[in-house]
Design a protein around this ligand. Structure first.
Ligand SMILES: [Ca+2]
Ligand SMILES: [Ca+2]
Ligand SMILES: [Ca+2]
Ligand SMILES: [Ca+2]
Length: 296
């Protein structure tokens, strides 16, 4: 019986992710690295339009587990805010970061990364873009509202925002949960053929990641972007000892100053992670993380 593992993680305060690599600016130089970015397929949203910008932290969100805009790079979206705070200041706190997931795959350790190696990717279906919504959107009512079952079919939020008819009722995204003033929704996997072509050493865990990110505009809640990941084992291997983390290259400084990242000082933040529920009978794991740290 294939074991299913679903992990749920909320990370707030992207601005504060521990900067393990401070000014190790990465620019694709080798043929392989350039190929990795050249190989970004059309379903990846590369036009820079997907930026959280209703709060004070303006942050680019990719639909392949990547955050930040890689300022100064040759990418099509590098002129967009990376993780800029306060809004409009031109002060960046991030070059790029990305989701990492490691586990024992049938006893063999394997790790999938979103940065800098783009091993998470959406499918080639043009529907696999990044979707934008906000509280109040049609179909997006959520609990505790009594109208959370938008289509009155007895199920709540059964057709999440992905451009698809997930419940087979002929309607697309007719009942999902819209969170915050600005929400992005997307999904990707770690076993796409293009990732294996570019990174032949990549050993997929067989994961599907559903990602939503949120931002609010009220003064008390506008200094962060919240991100939720729902991670599912869609492969045929049992995954054990699963770890979730982020790679982050936190170049900090005014983006219009040449080599602004060279005077960065690093610090580490220890963010508490706890598992409020664990339903072993369904092989379900829920993780929630919140935390803050200080800027060095
Ligand atoms: Ca419903
Ligand atoms: Ca539907
Ligand atoms: Ca849907
Ligand atoms: Ca709903």
């Amino acid at each position: 019986m294939r074991e299913k593992l679903i992990a749920y993680l909320v990370v707030v305060t992207m601005l504060m992710i521990a900067p393990s690599v401070a000014f190790a600016r990465w620019v694709p130089t080798t043929k392989k690295d350039k190929k990795a970015f050249d190989g970004l397929q059309r379903v990846l949203v590369l036009d820079g339009s997907n930026v959280h910008n209703v709060g004070e932290l303006h942050m680019h969100v990719g639909n392949w587990g990547n955050f930040g805009s890689l300022p100064g790079s040759a990418n099509t979206f590098s002129s967009q805010p990376s993780a800029q705070w306060p809004a409009g200041s031109g002060i960046e706190y991030l070059y790029a970061s990305g989701l990492w997931i490691g586990a024992l795959k049938s006893g063999v350790p394997a790790v999938t990364t979103a940065a800098f190696q783009t091993e998470f990717r959406p499918t080639q279906d043009p529907l696999e873009i990044i979707y934008r919504t906000a509280e109040g959107a049609k179909g997006g009512t959520r609990q505790p509202s009594p109208d959370a079952d938008d289509d009155k079919d007895g199920l709540i939020d059964e057709d999440w925002l992905n451009g698809r008819d997930d419940d087979g009722d002929g309607l697309v995204d007719e009942d999902f949960a819209a969170v915050s003033k600005q929400m992005f929704s997307c999904w990707y996997t770690d076993d796409q053929a293009v990732a294996l072509q570019i990174f032949p050493e990549h050993n997929p865990l067989g994961l599907m990641v559903r990602q939503e990110s949120y931002q609010w505009e009220e003064d008390r809640f506008d200094d962060f972007v919240g991100i939720e990941f729902r991670i599912q084992n869609i492969g045929n291997d049992i995954l054990e000892d699963l770890y979730i983390g982020f790679f982050a290259d936190c170049d900090a400084g005014p983006r219009d100053r040449d080599r602004y990242f060279e005077d960065d000082v690093t610090a580490r933040a220890f963010v508490p992670v706890f598992a409020p529920t664990s339903d072993r009978s369904r092989s379900t794991l829920r993780l929630r993380s919140t935390g803050t740290a200080t800027k060095a």
